[in-house]
Design a protein around this ligand. Structure first.
Ligand code: SUG
Length: 419
């Protein structure tokens, strides 16, 4: 009963816009805006509910403990310190669970277990603090060692950003797949966050077969244009690679390398003339959830911003009319996350597993979604202005809001930070 389960990050109560991610255009351009954590979390839950309504399995991961006093202490943050460091310790960035871990489903691995390696996220200080707490959750959610193996993060200095730079091709989710790792070369105007050696280490840790594993370089021009993760310019599902024509350093060689390992590959490529790289990055067309619906057809869950772009929407309509493998395009509103550079695909971690083997506390159903919404509606701050970060009354609210959520989900064991 292996099936794809999407684990979305619930947006934490300290969600704010601090402009922390160099190379992430949305994060930089919304720096200093007031944020709306309650609306942000409700948008995320609504997305999960609409995917569940399509008949898909849905799970979630919880916000991490913020502010992170350990980080504030380690950086000796005080009254005169750069506010970006204070904001880092308050960041709700774990909502983007595509960066929580890399996941290799059981049919791909040597020992027949599903392997998960938390991403070290070392490039950005606000993200580098995530992995131990993320690992603590993964160890609970996927505690059954007959079916799962949860690793430590790859050590620094090899940056690893998890599933955002990983794609899997397969005939069906429960069949053996071909796993593709996409890394960046440093030296451009923005950081290349995924190091080739991190990708190779994850493939070894997971026991992937070399002839079913492919390593591809990201296009440096895409990184320079703001594609800080490969999932900003490409997404895969089943036999399909949905990609911008300028996603990879050598596009033709990339297709060839994937096809050599997975001959059934179907490429749906969006040319620069139809949607420029810049427009693709602005609208996050590729940061979409490419989903196989229970009836077998594929749907693309895109950010609402795609509908507002004439170029992107025209292309989507033409694609649907052409009867390709993607049969539906479904816009969703995740604007609060989008303003920090996180679209529908950033908000989810795909795990192929039997839902019966996952700790049920991390699985969503309608009743639980309502309970989570009620806590968010009651406890999450409505808005956070940038100068409120560090405020003790806000801190109390943020801490209590998370506590209330953990209480409702019977996950109080996650209250204290992992060490
Ligand atoms: O790491 N934004 C995140 C967005 C992550 C998107 N994930 C994927 N593409 N899979 C990042 O850049 C902004 C936080 C701030 O500026 O306050 C931020 O961390």
């Amino acid at each position: 009963m292996l099936t794809e389960i999407n684990f979305d990050g619930i947006v934490g109560p300290s969600h704010n816009y601090a402009g922390l991610s160099l190379g992430n255009i949305a994060s930089a351009s919304h720096k200093g805006d007031a944020s709306f954590p309650r609306a942000a979390a409700l948008q995320g839950i609504a997305k999960m509910r609409s995917n569940m309504a399509l008949g898909l399995a849905q799970g979630f991961l919880l916000p991490l403990p913020r502010p992170n006093h350990g980080l504030l202490r380690d950086l000796a943050v005080g009254p005169g310190t750069d506010r970006a460091l204070l904001a880092a310790a308050w960041s709700a960035s774990s909502m983007w669970t595509a960066n929580a871990a890399t996941v290799s489903p059981a049919p791909d691995t040597a020992d027949g277990r599903c392997h998960l390696t938390p991403a070290n996220l070392v490039t950005m200080v606000h993200r580098a603090q995530e992995w131990r707490d993320t690992q603590a959750q993964l160890r609970i959610a996927f505690a059954d060692e007959r079916h799962f193996a949860v690793h430590n993060a790859v050590p620094p200095s090899f940056g690893d950003e998890g599933a955002a730079n990983h794609m899997r091709f397969c005939e069906s989710h429960d069949a053996p797949g071909v796993e593709v790792f996409v890394y960046g070369q440093p030296g451009g105007r923005f950081p290349a966050r995924q190091h080739e050696q991190a990708s190779r280490a994850v493939a070894r840790l997971h026991g992937l077969a070399p002839d079913r594993t492919v390593f591809i370089e990201q296009n440096p021009q895409a990184i320079a244009a703001g594609a800080f993760h490969n999932d900003v310019v490409a997404v895969a599902n089943g036999r399909v690679l949905f990609t911008h024509a300028r996603a990879f350093a050598d596009q033709a060689a990339a297709y060839e390398a994937i096809r050599a390992a997975f001959p059934a590959l179907e490429v749906v490529e969006v040319p620069e003339e139809a949607v420029s790289l810049e427009e693709a990055i602005r609208t996050y067309l590729f940061n979409a959830q490419l989903l196989t619906l229970p009836g077998g057809e594929m749907a693309l869950v895109v950010p609402g911003e795609c509908r507002e772009s004439a170029a992107v929407w025209n292309w989507c309509e033409a694609m649907l009319a052409s009867n390709g493998p993607i049969r539906k395009v479904l816009p969703v509103d995740v604007r609060q996350s989008m303003a920090n550079g996180g679209g529908p695909a950033c908000l989810r971690l795909r795990v192929v597993a039997d839902p019966q083997t996952v700790d049920p506390r991390f699985m969503l159903d309608e009743a639980k979604a309502e309970r989570i919404e009620a806590v968010v509606a009651e406890m999450w701050p409505e808005t956070i202005a940038p100068d409120e970060i560090g405020d003790s009354a806000l801190e109390k609210q943020v801490v209590e809001a998370r506590e209330a959520l953990l209480g409702v989900l019977a996950l109080d064991q996650l209250l204290a930070p992992a060490r």
